[in-house]
Design a protein around this ligand. Structure first.
Ligand code: UDP
Ligand code: MN
Length: 415
């Protein structure tokens, strides 16, 4: 698979979950939820049970025609939601519409793999040869990222953390249409197994305030996992600007179903995470509840793919603030299943650091000087490819070039 439009994922449909979701006023409930689902290819153990219940129309003694009509509609939706119908999801440039998982409005989601490498080119990690780690389950580290001036530095910093982590596949999903060749080269150089994909936010969400940041790309990564039928390993959503303690990776690798742990530097309390009593998660500490059953940060949990494979309607909705909650609902999480990590959630293994964003730099320099008489042509080209700075011939102030503390004319230095 290199490029494809793909189908939206469907929310899991437990009655309990939907009751909660319906309480939120601005969220419409699908008219007829996907219910009579054939098991998804990733499903190993049946878990769709209860779905068909929801299909029962509130018609007392409804006609056979109506039931048949409903059934056919649901089957169609389900096929689409699961990516089973129509053109194959991994066909080249297969063009079909996804569905907005909540409203069933068409979405135009796409996933294109720019480059990938399944081989680990690192020889040593944390002073041990790679072969020492062969038995460990793989961590699928999903990083949504988007083009802005800080993108390459963020990814470089993150890569230097991940370089120390054995048995990791880095899924870098860029929120833009086109592959950034500079990023391909960068990711390749680290030697960490990776997949670089582009999966832009559907245009209809771009101008929403707040916009669903990093959702299209996380959804694409989930789609990639499904396409590869990966039912072994650990899934973790690791944003490009967070700070990760290496102990985090040791902790999440033990995940049987869902691990949780506190995230530092979140909102008012400087922390968000589970409340643990007698080794069990019993509640959550987070300054923004808003009806969320799982008020946790995206970086505050990890999921076993074997566990997730039981849930065919894994969903990461375009609903700012509720992505984590609805994702965890979609995998049928129960409180007593949560595995507290980080010494019973007493330690911080991940920080929600945020990088101040600035607009693109602009260097005013005559194009005739952007040749190989100096380094500036190549340097500014690199900065352009990295999305850090552009050049202009006539906008703004002339670029300052100085010598011995004094400004010099461009011609004096560059001609
Ligand atoms: N992100 C994205 N597209 C956007 C904005 C953000 O893919 O338009 C990514 C971003 O690179 C990060 C994640 O989504 O990995 C969360 O975004 P951000 O860090 O800006 O949000 P915050 O951490 O402040 O909630
Ligand atoms: Mn962030």
């Amino acid at each position: 698979m290199s490029s494809a439009h793909y189908q939206a994922l469907e929310p899991q449909t437990s009655d309990e979950d939907n009751e909660d979701i319906e309480r939120r006023p601005h969220q419409k409930r699908p008219r007829c939820t996907a219910a009579a689902a054939p098991p998804h290819p990733m499903v190993r153990k049946g878990s769709v049970g209860g779905g068909r219940r929801r299909c029962v129309l509130p018609l007392v003694g409804g006609t056979l025609f109506f039931i048949a009509f409903c059934y056919l509609t649901l089957s169609g939706d389900t096929r689409i939601a699961l990516g089973l119908g129509g053109a194959s999801e991994d066909s080249e440039e297969a063009s079909h519409q996804g569905l907005d998982s909540m409203n069933f409005r068409p979405l135009n989601e796409s996933l294109h793999v720019c480059s990938e490498n399944f081989e680990d080119h690192r020889k040593f990690m944390q002073d041990k040869p790679r072969s020492d780690y062969e038995q460990l389950p793989v961590i699928y580290f999903v990083t949504p990222t988007y083009p802005r001036r800080e993108q390459i530095p963020e990814l470089t910093r993150l890569a230097h953390t991940l370089l120390h982590v054995p048995r990791l596949h880095w899924l870098v999903a860029d929120d833009q249409e086109k592959c950034n060749g500079y990023m391909d080269t960068l990711l390749n150089r680290f030697g960490i197994p990776y997949t670089h994909m582009v999966s832009p936010m559907p245009s209809k969400f771009r101008n929403e305030k707040p916009a669903p940041r990093g959702v299209a790309n996380r959804r694409a990564a989930l789609q990639w996992l499904r396409q590869h039928n990966l039912t072994n390993g650990i899934l973790y959503f690791g944003d490009d600007d967070n700070t990760y303690d290496l102990r985090l990776f040791t902790e999440i690798r033990k995940t049987q179903r869902v691990s949780m742990f506190p995230v530092g530097l979140i909102a008012d309390y400087g922390v968000s995470g589970p409340v643990v009593r007698k080794g069990k998660v019993v509640a959550f500490l987070d300054s923004w509840v808003a009806g969320r059953r799982w008020p946790v940060d995206m970086a505050g949990f990890a999921v076993s793919l074997e566990y997730m494979a039981q849930y065919p309607y894994v969903n990461m909705p375009y609903k700012p603030g509720y992505e984590e909650d609805l994702f965890l609902r979609s995998i049928g999480l129960k409180m007593d299943q949560i595995e507290p990590r980080g010494n019973n959630c007493t330690e911080i293994l991940v920080w929600h650091t945020q990088t101040k964003s600035k607009k693109l730099g602009m260097v005013r320099l005559e194009s005739k000087y952007l040749d190989d008489r100096s380094n500036l042509g190549a340097l500014l080209l690199n900065l352009k490819l990295m999305g850090v700075a552009g050049t202009t011939e006539n906008e703004g102030r002339n670029a300052l070039i100085s010598k011995n503390g004094r400004e010099k004319s461009h011609s004096a230095i560059l001609s």
